[in-house]
Design a protein around this ligand. Sequence first.
Ligand code: 9WN
Length: 492
Amino acid sequence: MTAVLEAAAAPGTGRRAHLRRAAAHVLLGNWAGTATVPSRALYPHQWSWDSAFVAIGLRHLAPRRAQRELETLLGAQWGDGRIPHIVFNPSVPLGAYFPSPDFWRSSGTDRAAGAPSTVETSGIVQPPVHALAAWLVHLADPAESRRRGFLPRVYPGLAAWHRYLASSRDLGGGGLAAVVHPWEPGLDNSPSWDASLARVEPAPRGSFRRADLDHGSPADRPTDLDYARYVRLAATYRDHAYDDARTPHAFAVEDPCFNALLIASEHALAAIARVVGADEEAHRRRAAAATRALLDRLWDPAAGVFLPRDLVTDEPVAGYGVSGLVPLIVPGLPEDVAAALTRTALGPRFGLGRVHLVPSYDLTSREFDGNRYWRGPSWFNMAWLVHRGLVRHGETATAGRLRAQALDAAVRTGFAEYLEPYTGEGRGVRRFSWTAALALDLLQSSGDAYESSGDAYESSGDAYEDGAPGGTPGNVPGSASEGVPGGEGPAR
Ligand code: 9WN
């Protein structure tokens, strides 16, 4: 199967083949033996939602490796069902990333939350894209999925993950999952968290050392004050043994993107349940109930966007974050809500079609900063989600333009982590895994304006089949040993 990745990385003709080859090179280079790191330098471990996005792209090149990506993550799942946001690679030096395993101390926590003893992880979570990813991975090669028993293998863990979120994380009691740290929604320093985070006492200066600034520009990253608050929140959670009921949460928010992904994944879990002979209807009922809760608790018809809800004040968080557009992906969203979201995306605050991709925060606001991480820059996973939502609601022309922009930007910037929305210049690291993976997935999606414009992405006719011949085994970084006994654990 690695041969397929290598075939994709081998020379071909046309823009489509070029993108496929370049993206395959990124994913090969970032493969660390059992999973893909987001970036070799800045993020040298496995991240939860990154791996889900990676699997969604990897399925087009190497379905078995995509399955493996998700299985590795589930291998670090806690007894209470949580999927940790980072699974640490023991061969990476402690100082390479902060906070490191000695900060989280997961394997040393009391057994209440059931952290694994064989692998070190963080104790917080990230958005639940995993069941959606598992289902999409299955669809890419159902025969191989059946042969390996992929869905029966992942279903119990995914179901436990959703149960954890629906029970321990329903801190507001209204049927939505709460995040308890700004790293959990994955949009770390979004202005949407400013007011909630301002209540958090920063950890003392000098009590920790950031490793991210060794690789990233301070102007593109969160500030030191943000970090001091992130550290305080994580340390408090850790010191309460990651017990959601006992921890005095200074930060607790219902985030629209996190919950929209939970709902989309609950629908995917229903589809998986049907295949494995589990109770499909129970998942459909939970998805429907969570959709009602999302609309009741987070939809703001006057603003035309979903707003996070701060559970400490029990108030909505005003402002236009890209997270508020993501419910477009939710199956069965009322059409008037979808239409309003589309208008907001096309309007001045997000400027869809007039700026590069979808900015992470309101272009017209004082808080907007086009360079700094989640305070304005455009990210490829958000573009992928908004694209998916637009397609769902029949906005194919707008979706097609967004897709074309994303494909161009991914290649042009060397698969940048994010973009300055006005100039389209790459920011953050390059060779970023989910940028490569989601570009591959967008490349495969069809029926939109990109194809009908006659663009060369459609014309190279390169082979996609798993098992396609070609490649030079052994000389592509990270290419060794998929399916080779002993190389990545037991051959399956
Ligand atoms: C903290 C890995 C992760 C992404 C997040 C992104 C960033 C980490 C960091 O990188 O967060 O989890 O160190 O800043 O915000 O979405 O999953 O790519």
